[in-house]
Design a protein around this ligand. Structure first.
Ligand code: FES
Length: 277
C-alpha cells in the first residue's frame, strides 16, 4: 500500500468517525418523544406538584371576598423512573460520544497506518524488486563517455546508481555478491548504493568535487563505489542485489540489502578534489 493510499484511507476513516460522532450527538440532542426525568427533575416535580395542588388562600376581608375557587389540580404526565430505567444520562452519553469520537478518531487511523506499514509488499514499492529502466539508458547517464561519473539517484529504490568495472570486482569487498549488473561483455556495470548512511542512517548526498559521498551528519565519507574512507561509519555503504531481466531492464531488489566491510583496498581513488563538508 503506497503512502498516498495510506493517507487517503486514514483521512476517510477520520471523516467517517467524526461524521458518525456528530450525527450521534445531534440525533441525541434532538426532540425526544419520551420524557426523561432524572434526580433533579424528580425533586422539581415534587415541588411543582405540591404547589399546584394547594388551594387558593381564603380572602382576608369578607366584604371583598373573591368568589370561591375549586382547588386547581394540574395533571402531571411526567413519570418517575429509576436510574437503572433511565439508563444513560445526557452527560454520560456526551462523555461516551466524545470518548468514542476522539478514541476511534485517533486510534483508528493509527491502527490502519500500522497495518499498512507492516503489510507485505508483494510488488512495487521500496522493499520489493523495482524495475528502474533499461540498463543501457541508465549506464549512458551515469558514465556519459567523457570520463566523468554522474551518480544517478533513483528515488523509488532509494539508491544511487554508480558505475563498476567488472574487472575490479575480483579481490574487492564485493566479490561473489550479486551487486554488480550489466558488466558482462566488457560493458561498465552498475551498482545500486542505498542512500542511507551506515552510521546513523542520514541520507548521504554525492560530492562532485571530491568524487564521493559525504554524510552531512557526522562526516563519514565514501568513494563513488560506496567504499568507506573516513568518519564513524562502520562499513561501506550498503547496496542492493541487482539483476537484468530479459528485456534489458535493471531490477533493483530493495528487499535484499548486502553489507560489506570497510574496504582494505579501494577500487576507486578518493578524494579526487575538495571535500563538500
Ligand atoms: S549518520 Fe552519517 S556519519 Fe553519522
Amino acid at each position: 500500500m503506497s503512502a498516498t493510499a495510506i493517507l487517503i484511507t486514514s483521512l476517510i476513516a477520520v471523516g467517517v468517525v467524526v461524521a458518525a460522532g456528530v450525527f450521534a450527538v445531534a440525533w441525541r440532542r434532538g426532540p425526544s418523544a419520551s420524557p426523561i426525568v432524572g434526580e433533579f427533575d424528580r425533586k422539581a416535580a415534587k415541588r411543582d406538584s405540591s404547589a399546584k395542588t394547594k388551594t387558593e388562600p381564603e380572602p382576608v376581608h369578607a366584604e371583598v371576598a373573591a368568589p370561591a375557587h375549586e382547588p386547581i389540580t394540574i395533571e402531571d404526565d411526567r413519570i418517575e423512573i429509576s436510574a437503572t430505567e433511565m439508563g444513560v444520562t445526557r452527560r454520560k452519553f456526551l462523555n461516551r460520544a466524545l470518548l468514542g469520537v476522539f478514541g476511534i478518531g485517533f486510534l483508528g487511523p493509527l491502527g490502519i497506518s500500522m497495518v499498512a506499514f507492516m503489510w507485505p509488499k508483494l510488488s512495487g514499492g521500496f522493499g520489493s524488486k523495482i524495475n528502474v529502466g533499461p540498463i543501457a539508458d541508465l549506464r549512458s547517464k551515469v558514465v556519459p563517455g567523457d570520463g566523468t561519473i554522474h551518480p544517478l539517484f533513483v528515488a523509488e529504490a532509494q539508491s544511487w546508481l554508480v558505475p563498476m568495472d567488472g574487472a575490479l570486482v575480483p579481490g574487492s569487498s564485493f566479490e561473489g555478491l550479486p551487486v554488480v549488473a550489466g558488466a558482462d561483455g566488457g560493458d561498465t556495470g552498475l551498482m545500486a548504493l542505498w542512500q542511507k548512511c551506515v552510521h546513523l542512517g542520514c541520507r548521504v548526498p554525492e560530492c562532485g568535487s571530491s568524487q564521493g559521498f559525504e554524510c552531512p551528519c557526522h562526516g563519514s565519507k565514501y568513494n563513488f563505489h560506496g567504499e568507506y574512507d573516513s568518519g564513524p561509519a562502520p562499513r561501506n555503504l550498503d547496496r542492493f542485489a541487482l539483476e537484468v531481466d530479459a528485456q534489458g531492464n535493471l531490477i533493483v531488489d530493495t528487499g535484499t540489502v548486502l553489507e560489506t566491510p570497510r574496504a582494505k583496498i579501494k577500487t576507486i581513488a578518493y578524494p579526487q578534489g575538495p571535500s563538500c563538508l
